[in-house]
Design a protein around this ligand. Structure first.
Ligand code: AMP
Length: 218
């Protein structure tokens, strides 16, 4: 199954992708995670990426497309994947279509997680991530047992540079300008399935599971 999760930052794409990846037994591929790992390596490319990401602007399409191309070549993606955060512009979607076509593959479904702006802002500004294992928390919705400490590995919880309110508002604006057009793009291809990203994690997960069962995919 080849699946794309589409939606604004803070829709919960990463959270749902992690659960779906286990349920469907296919890898969760997040371009944001790939870039954050590259930033940690502190190479010239990592430093270039950090510049874009801290400002909340998009990484240039050619860098993104190359990263996705390399990731999809890996063996674990041959049986399907869940893409989270890609494509994010129409040129990326066009290159991705070509990439799939050349490999004799096609997308099965694009899940669009429609989400309200006030919910996005609350979720992202309250989000904390583990600096060691990357686990996600929220100061009120998913608090850790001990404040500032990861339940899973004991790592320190931090706020992502791009989760400050000012940067979140900028990311939403960029999403509306550059990514939201993909809703129609995939609707026209008959691939879009719309769900509410406003729902709590477990509830949305149940909705998605029911959908996959109904479609005979789970
Ligand atoms: P995310 O974790 O998906 O919110 O991504 C974090 C940041 O990585 C974004 O704000 C962008 O700077 C960059 N990024 C991730 N995916 C893409 C993409 N498909 N195109 C351009 N930039 C991206």
């Amino acid at each position: 199954m080849r699946l794309v999760l589409l939606g604004p930052p803070g829709a919960g794409k990463g959270t749902q992708a992690k659960v779906l990846s286990q349920d469907l037994n296919i890898p969760h591929i997040s371009t944001g995670d790939i870039f954050r790992d590259t930033v940690k390596e502190n190479t010239p490319l990592g430093r270039e990426l950090a510049g874009y990401m801290q400002k909340g602007v998009l990484v240039p399409d050619d860098i993104v497309n190359r990263a996705v191309f390399e990731r999809l070549k890996k063996e674990d993606a041959s049986g399907g994947f869940i893409l989270d955060g890609y494509p994010r512009t129409k040129p990326q979607a066009a290159v991705f279509d070509e990439m799939l076509k050349k490999s004799g593959m096609s997308l099965d479904i694009v899940i669009y997680m429609e989400t309200s702006k006030n919910i996005i802002v609350k979720r992202l500004t309250g989000r904390r991530i583990c600096s060691k294992c990357g686990a996600n928390y929220h100061i009120t919705n998913i608090p850790p047992k001990k404040e500032g400490v990861c339940d899973a590995c004991g790592g320190k919880l931090i706020q992502r540079d791009d989760d400050s309110e000012q940067t979140v508002l900028k990311r939403i604006k960029i999403y509306n300008e550059q990514t939201a057009g993909l809703i129609d793009y995939y609707q026209d291809k008959g691939l879009l399935c719309k769900v509410s990203g406003d729902l709590e994690v477990d509830k949305l997960n149940r909705v998605l599971n029911e959908f996959f069962v109904k479609e005979g995919l789970l």
